[in-house]
Design a protein around this ligand. Structure first.
Ligand SMILES: O=C(O)c1ccccc1NCC(=O)[C@H](O)[C@H](O)COP(=O)(O)O
Length: 225
């Protein structure tokens, strides 16, 4: 129920970059806790507020509708908010904490971090301490949706022990590596886009189902004695 209402052994799942009714239906049927809509025109996954307003009508109560933005203008955010009932905001660009809070206007928000070899974890979480969650993603050309994992071992254990309950792990996840990610990092949630696609922007219902089943299996393994 929702992306960020974390309880141990119940890793939440966000399926990102949905564009069609079939995409949304597949994610809901598979048990996604959140669905992400990319409002970044250069992306092949980009959608319009009007389209998202129709897609959100297919979501049952409790499934978060996440707006994904990259350095938006206030006008862009206002148009999205006035058109589609977004429940969670994800900022994937160079937005300041103050800008994120202003854009979110009291709703929960996630700040995405693009993790390179020298990423400053402590400085990041201090700067964005007001965020409801941190989405840790790979540093790829462009902004996201690169389908590449980052070095999970590079996350300081001390930082993870404090911030883990609000970490959304992202970047190159799939049904084959998500179990290891959950066992090692115990994130609040996991996020996926490329790993459930047959081509850029084209989601595959079977891959979505397989991914969520892999998450549930990993949680069950953690919970078993
Ligand atoms: O998905 C995109 O096209 C995208 C474009 C611009 C900024 C962010 C974008 N995606 C952000 C996400 O939350 C993705 O789910 C995340 O980067 C993971 O993607 P993937 O590695 O393909 O699973």
């Amino acid at each position: 129920m929702g992306l960020l209402h974390f309880t141990p052994g119940d890793t939440r799942v966000k399926i990102c970059g949905l564009r069609t009714e079939a995409d949304v239906d597949a994610a809901v049927l598979a048990g996604a806790d959140a669905v992400g809509f990319v409002f970044y025109p250069p992306s092949p996954r980009a959608v319009t507020p009007k389209t998202v307003a129709q897609l959100i009508k297919r979501l049952p109560a409790g499934v978060d509708a996440v707006a994904l933005l990259v350095n938006p203008t206030q006008a862009q955010v206002d148009e999205i908010r006035s058109t589609a009932p977004i429940t969670l905001w994800q900022f994937h660009g160079d937005e300041s904490a103050a800008e994120c809070a202003q854009f979110a206007a009291g709703q929960p928000w996630i700040k995405a971090a693009r993790i390179g070899p020298k990423f400053a974890f402590d400085e990041f979480s201090l700067q964005y301490q007001a965020a409801d969650a941190f989405l840790l993603d790979a540093l790829v050309e462009g902004y996201g949706g690169g389908g590449i994992p980052f070095d999970w071992q590079g996350i300081p254990q001390a930082w993870l022990s404090v911030n883990g309950p609000r970490v959304v792990l992202s970047g190159g996840l799939n049904a084959h590596n998500v179990g290891e990610a959950i066992a090692r990092l115990h994130p609040c949630a996991v996020d996926i886009s490329s790993g459930v696609e047959i081509s850029k922007g084209v989601k595959d219902p079977a891959l979505i189902t397989q991914f969520i089943q892999a998450v549930r299996a990993a949680d069950a393994k953690l919970s078993s004695p």
